[in-house]
Write a new protein. Structure first.
Length: 225
């Protein structure tokens, strides 16, 4: 039976933004397919888990912080994904760690050292390379290294891709993404009618899927140190 791994985002924001929600859903769905666990920890009182996320069996919500959940000797099996760590994550870390910890979705560009709050708690750290990633990408890369035994330099990436919305509009994403078999960056997505694109307040949980439109909102929340 494969060894079960746990991926934890220590949720440092007081609320869950709509785009963060889609990233968490993407992480939970991929984790479910791999037969592992995705957890949000340190959730504040009154935090409401989105319904779609709560329905994914791999997902767990925790009020406790990671240092409380994995205290004592169990702490030694927790790996903090830390941009300032001295060593890169490698396939050999599968034997050393059971839990992989990420420091929250905080949306800073340029990045600030948000992971320092977890670093101070003494968790062992590993790097995912020098280029900033979104949170879902960071979890995806970690899973590929640990579960699929990729080395970081063998994972297919694209850095700072340009996304075109139409003939005249595009934007460059300032992050590294894993690419799919067609060489396109893997990102959370939701299809919505064009009329909703003009609104800045879109409730992701209630959006229907519109198969007859190519309009997409691409999520741009960030994994930062």
């Amino acid at each position: 039976m494969p060894e079960r791994k746990t991926y934890i985002v220590e949720h440092l924001d007081p609320e869950l933004g709509q785009w963060s929600e889609l990233e968490y859903i993407a992480i939970a769905e991929e984790t479910q397919r791999a037969g592992n666990t995705f957890m949000l920890s340190s959730l504040p009182e009154g935090f409401k888990v989105p319904e779609k996320l709560s329905r994914i069996p791999a997902f767990e919500a925790e009020r406790r912080g990671v240092e409380e959940i994995y205290g004592g000797e169990a702490k030694e099996r927790v790996c903090l994904l830390d941009p300032q760590a001295e060593r890169d994550l490698s396939p050999d870390d599968k034997r050393e760690f059971d839990v992989f910890l990420f420091g929250g979705i905080l949306g800073d560009d340029p990045p600030r050292d948000r992971t320092s709050e977890l670093r101070k708690k003494g968790f062992k750290g590993r790097r995912l390379g020098p280029v900033q990633m979104t949170t879902d990408t960071a979890v995806r890369v970690t899973r590929m290294v640990i579960e699929e035994q990729f080395t970081l330099n063998k994972i297919p990436y694209v850095d700072f891709p340009e996304l075109k919305f139409n003939e005249h509009e595009s934007t460059q994403m300032p992050f590294r993404y894993v690419t799919d078999k067609d060489g396109k960056p893997i990102m959370p997505e939701v299809r919505i009618p064009l009329s909703l694109l003009i609104s800045e307040e879109v409730n992701v949980s209630t959006l229907p899927t519109y198969e007859d439109t190519a309009s997409r909102i691409w999520m741009r929340r960030y994994w930062t140190g």
